[in-house]
Every structure is written in structure tokens, then in C-alpha cells.
Design a protein around this ligand. Structure first.
Ligand code: ADP
Ligand code: MN
Ligand code: MN
Ligand code: MN
Length: 334
């Protein structure tokens, strides 16, 4: 049998916002992905004197870039005693998902991001600013939309990898885009989002463009970048009252959640640009100025899901999905 390439992808220990890392292992086709290791002293995950960290494969999918039998191997980081590394946020997320497994939580995450060409957002003039926001969201035409070919290559790659990508759109600020993952389970949604992020950075390389999840990539009167997190439980998918109860549970835990919704969240949640202020919690039907929106069709159908609009683009979905699952499901059981 011939050999294949397996790209091991992991989340590092950079603070306050972790970064993605990856390296290639060549192994015979058809073998199960083995545990592997790396030098944690180069990723903020260990001291030089005791630098070995373990990569434990948690989600394997086809590699859409290398094709053939090649794989992408999302891995969690363990210590050499096989317990979760302090930077490993997946283990706690998986534990909570199991505890509340009977609720059958589904997550759908809207990942906003911004392409940069050097120090400017893609398509921005060399000096000054583009025309003010208003025409760019879901726009069409070379004067409004920048980077569509990269966005297309990315969504094609996510589909070929078998990720649960459910859509894409151009965003409010020129050079800004969104893709959506889900709805799928608490841990799966986060796994797929991390792999989709890696694919985004990797594919943009081909255009010598960088993609950033910065929550406020351009200061001033320009849109921030969020990661609206849509959630439902089995009960919410058949009861409007359960959807309202979930929003109330999030209200009661606003401060605890906000600490973990991404670095710089107060920079983005100003009360402007379709956000609610970071120090207030509101929810409402169809309300894009609320912390939590109940989509209009959920009220009409008297069942469905709610949208937590607070998480930043740079949030860790293992942390956000864990907190939301814990908060909503524990309140439903109380
Ligand atoms: P908008 O931009 O109007 O806020 P999007 O279409 O970008 O909405 O995203 C809606 C998200 O809601 C998608 O990611 C989708 O997967 C998710 N979603 C739809 N139904 C459910 C559900 N029952 N539970 C959880 N998420 C859901
Ligand atoms: Mn959206
Ligand atoms: Mn959006
Ligand atoms: Mn949204």
C-alpha cells in the first residue's frame, strides 16, 4: 500500500487567543491515526526542560487540498500522562455534552472573518477608506465584493472534507465574510469549526491573503466580527416556551458567559452595528440589537432555536458551546 499524508492540526497555548498549528505525518494508507507528539515549548504549551506534549486524534476527515487518501487529523493536546493539557478546552466540553446528552443539543455557528492584504482589509484603497457601509452585505459586483474566489474555494473545501458547512455570505464591511457550521452536536460543531478555520487560513495562503478573526479589525464606524451561536435542545425544537426559558437562563448567567466569549468582546459589543452593549442582556423576537435573538419563524412555528449574538469571531467554540449547554440544560432540569 502506498503512503499518505496526515495533517495533524491542534490548538496551541497562546493567550488570550489560541492559534492553530499543524504538521505533517507520512504513514501507510489505511492505518488508524496514531497518537503523536510535538515540542510544546514552541507553542506556549510547555517549558523547554520538559517540552513533550501529546497529540491525540479526535476528528479525522479527508484532506480536500491534498486529495486522494490524505487526511486532516484534528487532535486534542494531552500531557504525557495522557490527561488533558491545561490548554485543552475540548475535554471539558465533551464531558458536559455527555452529562446533558439526553437534551440532544444542536449548535449552528456563524463564523465571521476578515481578509487582509498586508495591513489593509482586502479591497480597501491604499489611502483613505472605501465608501461607508450599506451596500456590501450580501453584495455583488467588483466594486463591492472582495475575495469571493477565496470564500468559494473555502466552502468547496469544507464540503469535500465532509464538514457540516451550511452557507456563506459577504458581510457588512468590505473584505468581511461569514460561513456557517451546523446544526450539529455540541462537540462536533466545535470540531468542525476549528477544522474550517484551519482550512480558511490555509486556502487564503494560496492568494497571499491572511484571514483574521479579530473582533474589531478596523476601529471606528466599521462592523466588528462575531460568531453568533445558534442553539437548540430537543425540548426547544418542539416548544416556544422552552426557547424563552433558554434565553432566560442565558440572562441569569450573562456575566459568567461574557468572560469567555472572546478577547476584546467589549470592543465589539458597543450597542452599535447590530450589537447589544456588553454590560447589558436583552432578548427579543427578530431583534438584531439584542444579546439573544429569537428568530421570527421560531415565534411563528412556536418551536425552534435561539441565537446568542454575543460571542466574538475569535471565541473558542469548545468553551462557548460548553457554557451554553451547561446553562440551558441545567436550568431545564432545575
Ligand atoms: P442569520 O445571519 O440570519 O443570523 P444564518 O443563516 O447565518 O442566520 O445562521 C443561522 C444558523 O442557525 C445556521 O448556522 C444554522 O445551522 C443554525 N440553526 C438552524 N436551525 C437550528 C437549530 N434547530 N438548532 C441550532 N442551530 C440551528
Ligand atoms: Mn449569518
Ligand atoms: Mn453575520
Ligand atoms: Mn446571526
Amino acid at each position: 500500500m502506498s503512503d499518505i499524508k496526515a495533517e495533524y492540526i491542534w490548538i496551541d497555548g497562546t493567550k488570550p487567543t489560541a492559534r492553530l498549528r499543524s504538521k505533517t505525518k507520512i504513514l501507510p494508507a489505511g492505518t488508524e491515526m496514531p497518537i503523536w507528539g510535538f515540542d510544546g515549548s514552541s507553542t506556549q504549551q510547555a517549558e523547554g526542560a520538559d517540552s513533550d506534549c501529546v497529540l491525540n486524534p479526535v476528528f479525522v476527515c479527508p484532506d480536500p487540498l491534498r486529495g486522494g487518501e490524505n487526511k486532516l487529523v484534528l487532535s486534542e493536546v494531552l500531557l504525557t500522562d495522557m490527561t488533558p493539557h491545561p490548554s485543552n478546552t475540548r475535554a471539558a466540553c465533551a464531558a458536559v455534552a455527555e452529562t446533558y446528552g439526553a437534551h440532544e443539543t444542536w449548535f449552528g455557528i456563524e463564523q465571521e472573518y476578515t481578509f487582509f492584504d498586508g495591513s489593509r482589509p482586502l479591497g480597501w484603497p491604499e489611502t483613505g477608506f472605501p465608501a461607508p457601509q450599506g451596500d456590501y452585505y450580501c453584495g455583488v459586483g467588483a466594486n463591492e465584493v472582495f475575495g469571493r474566489d477565496i470564500c468559494e474555494a473555502h466552502s468547496d473545501a469544507c464540503m469535500a472534507a465532509g464538514l457540516a458547512i451550511s452557507g456563506t455570505n459577504a458581510e457588512v464591511m468590505p473584505g468581511q465574510w461569514e460561513f456557517q457550521i451546523g446544526p450539529i452536536g455540541t462537540v462536533e460543531a466545535a470540531d468542525h469549526l476549528w477544522v474550517a478555520r484551519w482550512l480558511l487560513y490555509r486556502i487564503a495562503e494560496e492568494w497571499s491573503v491572511s484571514a483574521t478573526l479579530h473582533p474589531k479589525p478596523v476601529p471606528g464606524d466599521w462592523n466588528g466580527a462575531g460568531a453568533h451561536t445558534n442553539v437548540s435542545t430537543k425540548a426547544m425544537r418542539s416548544s416556544f416556551d422552552a426557547c424563552v426559558a433558554a434565553a432566560e437562563a442565558l440572562k441569569a448567567n450573562h456575566d459568567a458567559h461574557m468572560k469567555h466569549y472572546g478577547d476584546g468582546v467589549e470592543m465589539r459589543l458597543t450597542g452599535l452595528h447590530e450589537t447589544a452593549r456588553h454590560d447589558e442582556f436583552t432578548y427579543g423576537v427578530s431583534d438584531r440589537g439584542a444579546s439573544v435573538r429569537i428568530p421570527w419563524q421560531v415565534e411563528r412555528d412556536q418551536q425552534g432555536y435561539i441565537e446568542d449574538r454575543r460571542p466574538n469571531a475569535n471565541m473558542d467554540p469548545y468553551v462557548v458551546n460548553r457554557l451554553i449547554t451547561e446553562t440551558i440544560c441545567s436550568a431545564a432540569e432545575a
